[in-house]
Design a protein around this ligand. Sequence first.
Ligand code: FEO
Length: 169
Amino acid sequence: MLSEKIQTALNAQINKEIYSSYLYLAMSMYFESEDLSGAASWMRTQVLEEMSHAEKFMNYVNERGGRVFLDAIEKPASSWENPLDAFHGALEHERFISASINDLVALAREEKDYMSDNFLQWFVAEQVEEEASVSEVIRMFKLAGGAGGGLLMIDRELGSRVFTPPSAE
Ligand code: FEO
């Protein structure tokens, strides 16, 4: 059984994961409006990834006999200064999520809920990848100079990303 405190914190994290999905959907729509279909597709993959994170949390809460309460999802931004600015926003958001996961681990240990601590370790590792994959895109933009032919090349590369469900990793 989950403590009330942990259940509340896990529900808050579910909301953050669904918001992440919504934010990346907004970024995908921004890229569509800029005719960057590769970047739009990269973000669509990220949308699925975030929903799979939310599902993993929801399944865990249910498995532990807890209750998931869905809350309102904050409205995301709808436009960015340029494509690089959007990816900077994504990196900033992933760092915020990493900090949130770290706080959850700290709370689980404080509450001596080692099952939740163990469950959360998957997300600790996942956040390393999440931050790294966005940083990699930012590096590509900087190297190719983010405009003209360089931008087209990056867009083609971003379009090759495919979603791998966590259970298949
Ligand atoms: Fe679910 Fe991108 O962290």
